[in-house]
Design a protein around this ligand. Sequence first.
Ligand SMILES: NC(=O)N[C@H]1NC(=O)NC1=O
Length: 173
Amino acid sequence: RPKLSLQQLNELSPVEFHRTFENVIECWPEGAIFCSALLPFKSFTTMIAAFQSYIDRLPAETKLKILRLHPDLAGKLLDTNELTKDSSFEHASVGLDDLSPDDKNKLTELNACYKSKFGFPFVVCVREASKFEVILRSVSERIHNTVEQELETAIDEVKKICRLRILQLVDNL
Ligand SMILES: NC(=O)N[C@H]1NC(=O)NC1=O
């Protein structure tokens, strides 16, 4: 699918906009539905800011719900080929789909510890972390945070993922 220019973006109907950006927040089309009402946008930066401030203003319960819609990194959904296209691309971009059994076990164990402490999966913007070692270090460190800190940190990561997914769809030149 060719990348959208700002003009093409602003000519989308609200429904087309919603379909195009439905997964920039993982499995949460409500964000794109909300932001479709804000068309037209002055710039891609403005549009990204609109999604991010939509996320920021959600009640904590909804933020939790969104975090829980994220797949475990290198987890079951990867193994069964059921990741969303976006997530699958992100996994592949840092080799999470091709870990050694040892690395995969390490991450799986830390993910399970993290989830049992916080009640939601470990979420990080893998394309920004960019390397398995960084992801592993990040989960090892963040596991010591409080639930309040982690809710905030994890939501910041959702915002980074959202930004990169938007930039993947638009012609940001
Ligand atoms: N659990 C988790 O962080 N999932 C995500 N992170 C990312 O960059 N893509 C995802 O699907």
